[in-house]
Write a protein that binds this ligand. Structure first.
Ligand SMILES: NC(=O)c1ccc[n+]([C@@H]2O[C@H](COP(=O)([O-])OP(=O)(O)OC[C@H]3O[C@@H](n4cnc5c(N)ncnc54)[C@H](O)[C@@H]3O)[C@@H](O)[C@H]2O)c1
Ligand SMILES: [Zn+2]
Ligand SMILES: [Zn+2]
Length: 342
């Protein structure tokens, strides 16, 4: 089968012929229909410092996908051929304290699909049935392809109650945009999104935010004044991974404000801890998705009319992967989809 492979320990990505995976006991074999390109895939393509320590070559990339089940291994009963599925990209150990307690998203031995084992940028992928989410209601295939990052957005956006609250989201990348859509849909009063890319802020406006603010040109305090806010934001969602964005957020929170932090900083950095203490701010790190509570929420949010249409901005056949990766790396658009049936 065709697959996008990191063949060698150097920058690049290769479209190669690799053996089709066979479903072992408890696995399902999935014919991949569409996949989403993630920042992680760009890091692995570029083979940066993180990728050099995280990835052993050769490896098939990719973790965001939708596909159709074509075969099941021994012992799989709830999933059958023909089911439309997306995959949870975190494979957990099943044995640690958190796994045994049902808190699988907190597993300390998580292996990433397309990072620690072969992934979904291929015509077929085999996954444990326990990592598969069956779409039981009709869903747009492009949206189904990005359930993994959509889950990051939902996990973050629903970490703290947002009904009637003023929400600040730093970073209008694909995940920040989806979190903005969720916070809006979930009943926030104001949703303010910041970025430095005017194109991405324009996408945020399409999603329906109260204010899309370019922090290269105005401050978040200016934004507060514009909206008539007097005491700061109730809920913050950090979606950029940038130190200055978290510092800006901290300086604009209300006392007792709550921050869910998804953005992954690449280095240590300092923040004003004294103000976190005296303002009694809560900061919660968010990794992945809750299995499978977040997935349930994603499906029902879509059923309830949540629109992610503006977030998907690029569509390419898998053979055009170089153009698709360049699009995703431009940092100016939304989510980029590869079609594996074209
Ligand atoms: N914790 C997890 O499980 C998890 C999973 C996926 C991604 N992530 C991280 O979440 C973040 C969001 O992912 P993404 O794919 O949307 O990323 P992205 O890199 O596409 O988006 C980040 C955005 O932040 C903007 N930005 C830069 N400086 C800023 C500033 N000072 N203020 C506001 N915005 C600023 C960038 O212009 C960009 O549009 C990334 O840091 C990513 O590494 C975490
Ligand atoms: Zn991803
Ligand atoms: Zn575990």
């Amino acid at each position: 089968m065709k697959a996008l492979v990191k063949e060698r320990a150097e920058p690049g990505l290769w479209l190669a012929d690799v053996p089709e995976p066979a479903p072992g006991p408890g696995d399902v074999l999935i014919k991949v229909l569409r996949t989403g390109i993630c920042g992680t895939d760009l890091h692995i393509r570029d083979y940066d410092g993180w990728a050099q320590q995280a990835v052993r070559t050769p490896i098939v990339l990719g973790h965001e996908f939708v596909g159709e089940v074509v075969d099941t291994g021994a012992g799989v009963t709830e999933i059958t051929a023909g089911d439309l599925v997306s995959g949870e990209g975190h494979l957990v150990c099943g044995k640690c304290r958190n796994c045994l307690a049902g808190r699988r998203h907190l597993c300390r031995a998580t292996v990433g699909l397309g990072v620690g084992r072969d992934g979904s940028f291929a015509e077929y992928v085999a996954l444990p049935a326990s990592n598969v989410w069956v779409h039981r209601v009709p869903v747009d295939l492009d949206v189904a392809a990005v359930f993994d990052p959509f889950g990051n957005a939902v996990h973050t956006a629903l970490s703290f109650p947002v009904v009637g609250e003023d929400v600040l989201i730093t970073g209008a990348g694909p995940i920040g945009l989806m979190a903005a859509a969720v916070a809006r849909h979930a009943g926030a009063r104001n949703v303010v999104v910041t970025d430095v890319s005017e194109q991405r802020l324009e996408l945020a406006r399409e999603v329906g935010v109260s204010l899309a603010l370019n922090v290269g040109e105005a401050t978040i305090a200016d934004g507060q004044r514009q909206l008539g806010l007097r005491e700061g934001f109730d809920v913050g969602m950090e979606m950029s991974g940038r130190p200055e964005a978290l510092r800006d957020m901290l300086a604009n929170m209300t006392h007792g404000g709550r921050i869910a932090m998804l953005g992954l900083p690449s280095e240590d950095f300092a923040v004003d801890w004294a103000s976190i203490v005296t303002s009694m701010i809560t900061i919660k790190g968010i990794y992945g998705r809750e299995m499978f509570e977040t997935w349930y929420a994603m499906s029902v949010l879509l059923e309830g009319g949540l629109d992610l249409g503006p977030v998907i901005t690029g569509r390419y056949p898998y053979t055009d992967f170089e153009a698709a990766f360049a699009d995703a790396a431009s940092g100016t658009g939304g989510k980029v989809i590869l079609d594996w049936t074209a």
